[in-house]
Design a protein around this ligand. Sequence first.
Ligand code: BES
Ligand code: ZN
Ligand code: ZN
Length: 506
Amino acid sequence: MADSHLLEVRTSISGQVDTVIVAVFQDSGKKAIPPQGQYQDIVEKLRKNGTFTASFGSIQFIRFGGVEPAENVLFIGMGPSGDLSPEKLRQAGAFVAVKLKAEKCGLSLLDLKSVTEAGSSEISAHQRIKAFGEGFALSQYRFDKYRAKESKDSGTINQLRLVVIAEDKKEKAAIQKEIDRVNQVVSAVALTRDWSNEPSNFGTPEYFAEEAKSWGRKNGLKVRVLTEKDAAREKMGLFLGVGKGSERESRVVVLEYQPKNKKNAKTVALVGKGVTFDSGGVSLKAGLRMEDMKHDMTGAATVMGAILIASQWQVPHRVIAVLAFVENMPDGDAIQPGNVLTSRNGKTVEVINTDAEGRLVLADALDLVQDFEPDAVIDVATLTGAVSIALGKHCCAVLGNEQTLIDALCRSGNHTGERIWQLPLFDEYLEDLKSDYADLKNSANDTLGGTIRGAMFLKQFVRKNVKWAHLDIASTGYNMGHIPYYPKKGASGAFVRTLAQFIADF
Ligand code: BES
Ligand code: ZN
Ligand code: ZN
């Protein structure tokens, strides 16, 4: 989580600027509106000869076509000004960054007026700078830790920088504040992505526990790591059951952020599924794309990113995060279908399918976090393949026991462009999880309503009067290349920003 300096604000231009970035909107006839000022003539020409219509995401990059302070100019098409939204700005920021990188540009200057003056005044100038900058910076992420030096990106990542010029010191300070927040968010999302992308031969439960400890402490969080011995003392039988078939020790990490000088702060609890590799266990997965199962700890990584942002933003609420790290493997000591395990809250579970391990892990983690008497509990997990069937990749699923909490999460998602969609949790779904031998079974006899059944299982571990919501990010946690500010392949870091926003607004 290196401090990112991709975004800067200054009061004057000093140093070599490669390119000026100008946002261009469309008129009602779907033609580019020439911006006022020095680029008016060029856009007028491009409009006349039809090379640039300013349709959303289209780019005209012109070398040596600019005047002071840069020789290059990049026009980014924004579509009709009436359609402008923070998400469009975020995506535009990413399109621009990708193009600048391809053109080997370094320091680029955003023409603020072109971005802040068009369209509805409902989106403030600060919001616009923030959204554009966020997309710009988020799109720069690379995971090349395990590449040979020569094949690593040739350093352009660090050189690519976006500068905005403020009118005076006061404006600079105000924009700087916003940019600082964006930089914090971008760094935290990068941490989440790094964790999720980490191959499971390195990214073991112990590794992540150590990482969580050092990042947590660096950010002023209280951190406690539970070993398997500690978890046994806590009677976390479901969690420990999942790890039995692995050579690697399981770990539970509890992080706590306490706001300064706030005695009666509310408590938000986050729980993350941290399965460092999900082979399926004895109910072994088919081989196809099994390598993706290193990402099965993305829930825990997402929660970590969110609590780091919350602490950096110094939100006025207490935040507790429980990250449950374990590897699901099929060795001679592994749990088997038909085994009965006892959870921390005393309920017994018949394991029908060892591949439905996420709910076992989360059940005990949820029980643990409720000892902190939270005002809301949100768990995040790559829980079911079924969520891809239900919702595809354009939103994640939320299920829970409290509508206002669910609504608040959906609102936060609309704010950040990371959409969340509710699925029902009718009592009838519990029928499918009744066992002949134990209080519950972890999987039903068929595959209907898989995401709902997963959530229904978790609900059995939520105490009375505790507000709880579950985010199933199995389809959105990685491989989200259709969104320009997410990496083409691998971890997306989706919902880190949303959770942080949710906590801030709680
Ligand atoms: N980690 C998987 C869910 C998953 C699948 C995430 C595909 C990302 C992509 C989870 O542990 C799992 O295997 N769930 C099973 C549950 C079933 C056995 C009830 C599933 O979804 O098939
Ligand atoms: Zn599984
Ligand atoms: Zn899993």
